[in-house]
Design a protein around this ligand. Structure first.
Ligand SMILES: CC(C)(COP(=O)(O)OP(=O)(O)OC[C@H]1O[C@@H](n2cnc3c(N)ncnc32)[C@H](O)[C@@H]1OP(=O)(O)O)[C@@H](O)C(=O)NCCC(=O)NCCS
Length: 197
């Protein structure tokens, strides 16, 4: 995949859209999982993963639901000229036993050339819109990120999320536990246009 800098000009309005995964995305998704440099320190678990295994897993999930299931899934973020810049993802979490206590936790990983240009805000905002729109019963979308991942914290706040607190010892990564900051947006805020450009 071309991960060159074209059309990623700082200062211009980020023209990003989300789409379902295509089979041609699988090779760069494998690299985004297995190449420590591409993954970056906040998403690198600390252990190498086998490329063939990761590819087989992605192929299997692609065949099942194009990696966009109801419980968990991901969409590709791309520039409007079709250049993939990374992906956004969701998983279902629940704050209580009732069905309506479920929410989505979202995540994002941009390829290195497309970080630091504001695309992360737009891509996450589009995902928040998509999740609320497709599920009228959904009341909450949340995200958490490492306490020292300032770029993601700023991006989440700009995408309309409120910082809600610190979750201590949350993530085991690279041999140690890390605190995370929890962010969330509820339906009433989303309907009021919070974070919408
Ligand atoms: C985190 C990520 C999604 C943010 O998206 P992005 O498009 O790069 O973010 P932005 O360009 O909007 O930058 C957000 C802000 O953080 C700031 N920032 C970036 N790196 C920073 C750092 N190390 N310290 C402080 N602020 C930082 C930027 O300057 C910007 O603020 P400003 O506009 O006031 O200058 C993206 O960088 C990424 O995919 N990183 C790798 C994977 C990752 O960390 N994912 C999240 C894991 S939970």
């Amino acid at each position: 995949v071309d991960v060159s800098d074209r059309d990623a000009t700082p200062g211009t309005a980020p023209e990003v859209r989300l789409r379902k995964t295509e089979r041609r995305d699988i090779p760069w998704m494998v690299e985004m999982t297995c190449d420590e440099e591409l993954v970056g320190s906040f998403n690198w678990p600390g252990e190498r993963r086998d490329r063939a295994e990761v590819a087989a897993d992605l192929e299997q999930r692609f065949a099942a639901d194009r990696l966009a299931g109801r419980q968990t899934g991901r969409l590709v973020a791309e520039l409007t000229d079709g250049t993939p810049i990374g992906d956004v993802s969701w998983r279902t979490d629940k704050w209580g036993p009732s069905e309506r206590s479920r929410c989505y936790s979202i995540g994002i990983a941009l390829l290195p050339p497309f970080r630091g240009r504001g695309y992360g805000v737009t891509a996450q905002r589009l995902l928040i819109d998509h999740l609320f729109e497709r599920d009228p019963e959904l009341n909450r979308v949340q995200a958490d990120t490492a306490i020292d991942n300032y770029a993601e914290q700023k991006a989440l706040a700009r995408a309309g999320m409120t910082e809600e607190g610190v979750v201590r010892g949350a993530e085991f990564r690279a041999g140690a536990f890390h605190d995370h900051v929890l962010f969330g947006i509820v339906r009433a805020e989303w309907e009021a246009g919070r974070g919408r450009p």
